[in-house]
Design a protein around this ligand. Structure first.
Ligand SMILES: Cc1cc2nc3c(=O)[nH]c(=O)nc-3n(C[C@H](O)[C@H](O)[C@H](O)COP(=O)(O)O)c2cc1C
Length: 193
């Protein structure tokens, strides 16, 4: 990997390693993440930059009853789109996820404001995922069909006129952590004098 900066002072290499080390995980152990840990991750998430300090995010932490209903909705939505075989498969995959968190963004009549607020919510999710990763847990940010379905909003009591879902964050302790690579830094940088 190409690195243009020296990362051996003030913990820079540690933070870079932490950022590089977070991976999207799809398979989790049954072991649940404690309420204390996910709340601490949410606390860290909200320190994301947000223009005009709008704090546009909201975090919906799903308990067992809501998760069970979300799994059934996943089955329904997938079956409607792709048939019962895939519906059952997606429901079984969803049922194996130990932690469910939905992050929303406040809507705005001002298009620029809403775009900036969406950016802030994405930063908040990254903070949350990094915090979980540093704690030995892992996550997956999903924007699958269920997150766009009105019935999911109704299930969670989200007012679709006021908020939109930025991500369904599945979290837990990783069973399998995939590897990933990135393009070389030189290929994504244009330096202007
Ligand atoms: C806005 C957003 C939406 C995503 N939605 C999905 C999704 O619906 N399904 C999925 O498998 N991964 C989803 N991901 C995760 C990406 O696929 C993942 O970040 C990418 O493969 C890079 O892997 P890494 O996170 O391990 O670096 C999403 C990521 C982002 C930022």
């Amino acid at each position: 990997m190409t690195s243009r900066v020296t990362e051996n002072d003030n913990g820079l290499s540690a933070i870079a390693e932490r950022i590089r080390g977070r991976r999207t995980v799809k398979l989790f152990l049954k072991r649940p993440v404690s309420h204390e840990l996910i709340m601490a991750a949410i606390e860290a998430a909200r320190w994301a930059p947000n223009h005009h300090v709008t704090e546009p995010w909201h975090f919906y932490l799903l308990g067992p009853e809501t998760v069970a209903r979300s799994v059934e909705l996943t089955r329904t939505v997938t079956t409607e789109r792709k048939g019962p075989k895939l519906g059952d498969f997606k429901a079984a995959s969803a049922a194996a996820i130990p932690g469910w968190l939905v992050v929303t963004c406040r809507r705005s009549d001002d298009r620029d404001r809403e775009q900036e607020d969406y950016g802030s919510c994405c930063c908040a999710i990254q903070n949350l995922m990094l915090y979980l990763s540093a704690a030995g847990a892992a996550s997956k940010w999903s924007t699958g069909p269920v997150t766009k379905d009105r019935r999911f909003y109704d299930l969670l009591g989200i007012d679709v006129e006021r908020e939109f879902i930025v991500g369904l964050i599945w979290y837990g302790y990783p069973k399998v952590t995939p590897t990933q690579s990135r393009k070389d830094v030189d290929s994504i940088v244009t330096e202007k004098r």
